[in-house]
Design a protein around this ligand. Structure first.
Ligand code: FAD
Length: 291
């Protein structure tokens, strides 16, 4: 069988090959999902399109006051190694650090994690809670930018489809008195995927200590990573109390839609969400207060 391999130098060229009439091609970044599926013969393609030579894909920057701009093919290991990223985006680094192993994270990219579109993708809740946006090309038009929560269409399906390309992710600079925290539950400490995960980001109003902005994101408990809107609403504008945070956990558990599978029942996942949301809120608030 003839198998092609391309290394295009522009996004347009890559999209042209992916859309081309010459067969079914697959974008390739770190390969930690694609190559494993190919080797297991779970999928069959006519070739691979390595996207890492496209300008900007492997670059990232975190200038003061500018937020964090991450090219889609930046490996997690680079972000994890930055003290600047850890200081300003602790939840994102917490999420990155649980992904696979250090060796895996030196290959695996943020774009591959999002485009693989697993409901359990660990970077997704952290990006949702941080109000991140995704920039992508799909078809002939220019790039589009959307909130990351709109990027996921269903399990294994993202807005870029089979022929589009994610170019990068932008994470806004956190306001002052903002804290964030990501936690996931897995039966094993490492090399496992989440049975449930949660990420909370809270901004407190200086002076009153009320919750000015709250974002709660959940992973592995719905067809796509999701925001827990009702839990967020219950907290907005109020001073945090243990009862209120526990109530938010219960609301989040009620609004997710987990499945029963071999790794955990739906009711077990809901119980996990209740606990993880409360705990991530507690830590996010403590961090917002400078703890
Ligand atoms: C042992 C092991 C442990 C793992 N542990 C975890 C874990 O704990 N948590 C977790 O979330 N994941 C985990 N994964 C899954 C995987 O490592 C991640 O999803 C990883 O981020 C994928 O990135 P990649 O660069 O290797 O993607 P690739 O395998 O190169 O690509 C993944 C998908 O994204 C598409 N793609 C890649 N880049 C683009 C782009 N720029 N535009 C459009 N499409 C693109 C590809 O076509 C493919 O469909 C694990 C995998 C293994 C093998």
């Amino acid at each position: 069988m003839h198998f092609s391999y391309y290394e295009p130098n522009s996004a347009n060229e890559a999209v042209e090959i992916l859309r081309g009439p010459h067969g079914t091609f697959k974008a390739l970044a770190g390969g930690t999902d694609v190559l494993i599926n190919l080797r297991r013969r779970a999928v069959a393609y006519d070739g691979l399109v390595n996207v890492k030579r496209i300008p900007g894909m492997t670059e990232w920057s975190a200038g003061p006051g500018e937020g964090l701009r991450i090219g889609a093919s930046v490996p997690f290991g680079e972000l994890e190694a930055s003290t600047e990223v850890a200081d300003r985006y602790p939840a994102l680094v917490e999420a990155i650090k649980v992904i696979g192993s250090l060796q895996l994270r030196n290959l695996a990219t943020i774009g591959g994690n999002l485009c693989n579109a697993s409901p359990a993708a660990d970077s997704a809740p952290a990006l949702l809670a941080a109000h991140a946006t995704a920039t992508y090309v799909n078809g002939a038009g220019g790039p589009s930018t959307i909130p990351v929560e709109q990027f996921f269409v269903g399990p294994g399906r993202s807005i870029v489809g089979a022929t589009g390309l994610l170019l990068g992710v932008d994470v806004p600079e956190p306001a002052s008195m903002t804290g964030s925290c990501f936690q996931r539950f897995t039966p094993r400490d490492a090399m496992d995927i989440a049975i449930a995960s949660a990420c909370s980001q809270v901004t407190l109003e200086p002076g009153t200590g009320r919750m000015d902005d709250v974002a709660i994101a959940l992973g592995a408990v719905a067809p796509t990573p999701m925001r827990a809107g009702r839990a967020e609403e219950a907290l907005l504008g109020r001073e945090p109390t243990p009862e209120l945070l526990a109530q938010a956990g219960a609301l989040a558990a009620g609004e997710c839609s987990p499945i029963d599978d071999i790794r955990g029942s739906a009711s077990y996942r809901r119980s996990l969400v209740e606990v993880l949301v409360r705990r991530t809120l507690e830590t996010a608030i403590a961090r917002a207060l400078g703890a």
